[in-house]
Each structure stands twice: as C-alpha cells, then as structure tokens.
Design a protein around this ligand. Structure first.
Ligand SMILES: Nc1ncnc2c1ncn2[C@@H]1O[C@H](COP(=O)(O)OP(=O)(O)OP(=O)(O)O)[C@@H](O)[C@H]1O
Ligand SMILES: [Mg+2]
Length: 293
C-alpha cells in the first residue's frame, strides 16, 4: 500500500470535490423533528479555501460532518468525489475518509502520548505507508508548518498555535483532496489565529488541496475564496449583521499593543491591513480578497 499517495488521482482545480443537493439532516428529539440542516445545496470546488460562518447552533458542524462523510443526510444527497454517500457502506465511507479527507478539530485531537512527529506519522501507518516514506513525509510536513524544531515534543509541551500546526500537518499526511476544519482557531489568540488562517491559505495555494473551515472570526472572509453562511440550518449568502463585527485585520489599524504584530503577520500573508479612514474598504464583508479562479 506504500504507493497509495503517489497513485492518488488529482482533482482538477475548480472541479467539484463535495456537493450537497437539497440536503437536510433531521434529528428526532423528544418526539419532534429538529432540522440541524435544512435543504442545503452547495458545491465545494478543488483548490479553494472556503469559509463557513454562522451563529452557534446554525448547523455548521452538522454540514461539515455531511460534507466529509462522517454523517449522511436524512434527505437529499451528498457526493464526495462523485460518490453518493448514502450508497456507500460504512466501510466504504471509512475508506473514502481515510484516503480523501483530512480533519482538523477545534481541540486538535492530538494523541497526548505521541510526539508531534508521531502524531503526523500515525495516519501514514494506518494507511500502510512504508517506514522510509513515512519519515520523509512527516518531516517534510512538519517543516512546512514551521515546526521542524519541535518535532519531538509532545502536545502538552507545545503552545496552542503549535498544536494546531501539528493538526494541520497530520491532516495533510495522506494528501487528502479535502480538509475539513471545525473552528480550528477557536482556542487561539487572534494573532496566532491569523497566522494559522494564512497557513491554510498557503497550503491551498501551494498544495492544491481544498479546505472548508468553520469559524466565528470575520477575518476569514478576507482570506477565503468563498464564504458560506449558515442561518438556522439554511444556507444564505448574506452575512447577517450579528456576524459582521471587527475582524483581526480591522484591529491592525487601531491603536493598541498588538497592531504592529498583526500588521506583520498580515503582510507576510499578503493581506491588506484595513484602514479605518478608508471609505472604500478594499474587501467588502462577505466577499473574497482573492480573485476567483
Ligand atoms: N445529535 C444531535 N441530536 C439532536 N440535535 C442536534 C444534534 N447535533 C446537533 N443538533 C442540533 O442541530 C443544530 C445545529 O448544530 P451544529 O452543531 O451543527 O451547530 P454549529 O453551527 O456547529 O454550532 P457551534 O458554532 O456552536 O459549534 C443545533 O440546534 C443542535 O442543537
Ligand atoms: Mg460547531
């Protein structure tokens, strides 16, 4: 199975990787139907960073679980790389996830007894990749996320930002077509969060993977190619007022101890720092700072 990574067919940029068609996910609670997701149709295309926003309880995690094959819709259908998830057995779906999807959870879910290196290597072991290739690949990925020097630290010996980098490297290990990240910056301070988001952007651009990321941080809309909004289980395309708020890039132009640091991270990520005085905000809320392919 050592060849699994090299034989993997690449998805052409812009091609659909995950598609929802009229998808609803209904839970039966106390004799009543709860629609966690209601009649959602969307398409996640290759080579994009897609942001998923919405207030707490709006259905983001439920939708991510469906798009990544952790869950199946109650109504409608979901296609992952062209496969209808309702027609796949549990085993087939597990295989699809193992090879095509990378996961990053809010708490990063690293194994505490394993070092950063071993955490990244684990999915390669599970996929049956040979020792040499495992070593090459785990080392290369930890270098990519800037953690070469912390490779042999265990999670409790790493900062939150460093742990999230390990989680990103681990999600990339099997060269997935799609990475699903559920509030990966939720537990980080805003500067570290911006660094991690710009690392996502770099990974999308350099590795050609697709990332869909749920987040409460408005800044993501400046980095993402597309922003999807959930509202009471439905998908909408307008950002509701309560989600507008101040993003970290806005904060860069305000007086405060962090603004220099934010500016530095932003410039490194090739982002324009918002200017308070500018009336024609370069990046209107809800749209992309990057040209769509
Ligand atoms: N297993 C379940 N059983 C019953 N209801 C559920 C279940 N999972 C989620 N729900 C309900 O579905 C709705 C959407 O939940 P979901 O976790 O997708 O929201 P979310 O947007 O991810 O919220 P948050 O930002 O707080 O993580 C919520 O009202 C929730 O209570
Ligand atoms: Mg959630």
């Amino acid at each position: 199975m050592a060849t699994v990574m090299t034989e993997k067919p690449k998805t052409a940029p812009g091609a659909a990787i995950a598609v929802c068609e009229g998808v609803s996910r209904v839970y039966r609670v106390g004799g009543e139907d709860v629609y966690a997701v209601r009649e959602v149709s969307c398409e996640i295309r290759a080579g994009q960073l897609v942001a998923l926003r919405g207030r707490s309880g709006s259905g983001k995690t439920t939708l991510l679980n469906i798009l990544s094959g952790l869950d199946r819709p109650t109504h409608g259908r979901t296609l992952i790389r062209g496969e209808d998830t309702r027609k796949l057995s549990d085993r087939q779906l597990t295989e699809l996830r193992r090879h095509d999807i990378g996961f990053i959870f809010q708490a990063f879910a690293l194994l505490p007894v394993l070092s950063a290196y071993e955490n990244v290597e684990l999915p390669l072991r599970i996929a049956g990749v040979g020792a040499r290739q495992r070593q090459r690949r785990a080392t290369e990925l930890l270098e990519l996320v800037g953690l070469a020097k912390r490779m042999h630290h265990r999670p409790f010996e790493l900062s939150g930002g460093e742990q999230s980098r390990v989680a990103i490297a681990r999600a990339l290990a099997n060269e997935p077509a799609l990475i699903v990240a559920d509030e990966p910056t939720g537990a980080l301070d805003s500067v570290t969060g911006l660094e991690i988001m710009s690392l996502f952007k770099r990974v999308v651009e350099e590795r050609g993977v697709t990332i869909i990321m749920a987040t409460h941080d408005p800044t993501i809309s400046d980095l993402a190619n597309e922003t999807l909004i959930m509202s009471d289980g439905r998908m909408s395309h307008d950002i509701p007022d309560e989600l507008k708020g101040v993003g970290i890039l806005d904060a860069a132009s305000m007086p405060g101890t962090l603004h220099g640091e934010i500016g530095m991270v932003a410039r490194r990520a090739g982002l324009k720092v918002h200017d308070e005085a500018a009336t024609d905000r370069t990046v209107p809320e809800g749209t992309s700072a990057l040209p769509r392919p």
